[in-house]
Design a protein. Structure first.
Length: 179
């Protein structure tokens, strides 16, 4: 893996906080230790995201980000273009494989879900206007590697939202690590 400079959002979780979260005393951490073994290592990883301005039904425009790898991770919503970012040298960065057009299609479906969760009765017009924002951005994640009996399992923490991710994100990163 080569090192290259990327523009990344600054993580809200330090390495020490991530270690504590992965090996903590909570129910979730205990479950992972029993199921997957003790924490062996952690690593940071950076995922490229496409930014889009989304407007619908007379509502103010919203700024959404969708991962540029396969579009499967949860959406990010920003009130404005992120200012707490840094240029950093990083080896653990995923490569964008989606086209902006395909990402916009996936984003449309996810935005519709967001709108319907907020109460679809508010939506009178299903027309959604999606405009790409030319802005390179990587978002940070912490990966915790647990080992039991020779099998390694990956647990994922969103380093911006400060929350553990589910099976979908674990599978996403495990697939990247295998490739």
């Amino acid at each position: 893996m080569s090192t290259s400079a990327i523009r990344a959002l600054k993580p809200n979780v330090t390495q020490e906080e991530a270690v504590r979260a992965f090996s903590g005393a909570g129910v979730s951490a205990l479950y992972w230790r029993v199921r997957s073994g003790p924490l062996r290592r952690i690593a940071d990883a950076y995922v490229p995201y496409f930014l889009y301005r989304v407007k619908y039904a007379g509502a103010p425009a919203r700024l959404f980000a969708i991962d540029a790898v396969d579009g499967s991770l949860d959406l990010f919503e920003f009130p404005r273009i992120a200012v707490e970012q840094e240029l950093l040298e990083c080896r653990n960065q995923l490569k964008a494989t989606l086209t902006e057009e395909r990402a916009a299609e996936l984003l449309r479906d996810k935005v519709l879900r967001v709108i319907f969760q907020q109460g679809f009765f508010k939506l009178r017009d299903a027309h959604i206007e999606i405009t790409p924002v030319s802005y390179e951005l990587h978002l940070p994640y912490w990966l915790g590697f647990h080992e039991r009996g020779g099998a390694v399992h990956c647990r994922v923490m969103d380093a911006v939202r400060r929350r553990m991710e589910g099976a979908k994100a674990c599978a996403f990163f495990e697939q990247w690590l295998v490739a």
